[in-house]
Design a protein around this ligand. Sequence first.
Ligand code: C2E
Ligand code: CA
Ligand code: CA
Ligand code: CA
Length: 279
Amino acid sequence: AKAKGKACYQMFDSTMHHRALTNLQLEIDLRKALERNEFVVYYQPIISLMTNQIVGFEALVRWLHPQEGLIPPIKFIPIAEETGLIMAIDLCVMRQACLQLRNWQKEGLADKSLTISVNLSVKHFVSFNLLQQIDTILAETGLDGQNLKLEITESDIMKNPEFASQIIVQLKNQQIQFIVDDFGTGYSSLSYLHRLPIDTLKIDRSFIMRIGNKGENIGIIQAIMALANSLGMNAIAEGVETLEQLEPIKRLNCQFCQGFLFSRPLEAEAVRKVLATGL
Ligand code: C2E
Ligand code: CA
Ligand code: CA
Ligand code: CA
């Protein structure tokens, strides 16, 4: 019994140890990456379905690793969230994105209404001076609060709705707009939703993906559009890849759209071209 106990212990220990090691290594690497400014921002156009014009961009982080090359967010955001490093990464992305849009404005490439949307993992900001940090970034970069939008996932909001409400209300006073990301997947409490000064609901890609698949999910998109309309919010359809998906979205009067059909996320240099000559 003693030997068996030991074997079990060892088995448990070696797998746990392996996981802990790689996560710890990743955490160390992420800290270094922050110091060395290895996070780069890609920009995906957001299109108005009324005018077919680009109205803004979503800032999406990538890690330009010196050995591994470009690493997508799915590979490091979960660990960044677990370790709390996400706060620094989000602010780093926000700083870069605000500075970039300000430069495009100065170069005459972006008109005054063009916005940049930045993702925030908000459940980690509970004891953190987010408002002050955002103020500082806007002051340092010279960007107007009106040009910045913050994307928070529906599930993050619902994890701490009281706190999320507070920051949304306070940032709204500085003209900053809010997008509820991945909407339809986070079990929103409607009593919160209608009290929050939210600008836009972003319809989760999973619903867009299923369009055409017997048409079953148009019902959900229709319901989200009805909700957005009755709450006085706009809607963005995310992850639109085909004309077949675009058609019902347009028919339901969804205002905005984002997806590979229009453009993949682009490097800053490529955005400059798109702003100068169109998609
Ligand atoms: P998200 O916020 O839902 O971002 C949209 C994701 O969908 C992006 O993936 C984008 O490239 C992808 N996408 C856009 N259009 C299409 C399409 O037509 N088809 C398909 N298949 N995909 C499309 P990405 O850049 O890999 O980002 C993945 C997730 O990582 C984001 O999902 C977001 O949750 C997180 N993330 C990215 N950047 C940041 C950041 O700066 N901070 C935080 N906290 N999270 C971030
Ligand atoms: Ca997003
Ligand atoms: Ca999303
Ligand atoms: Ca998502």
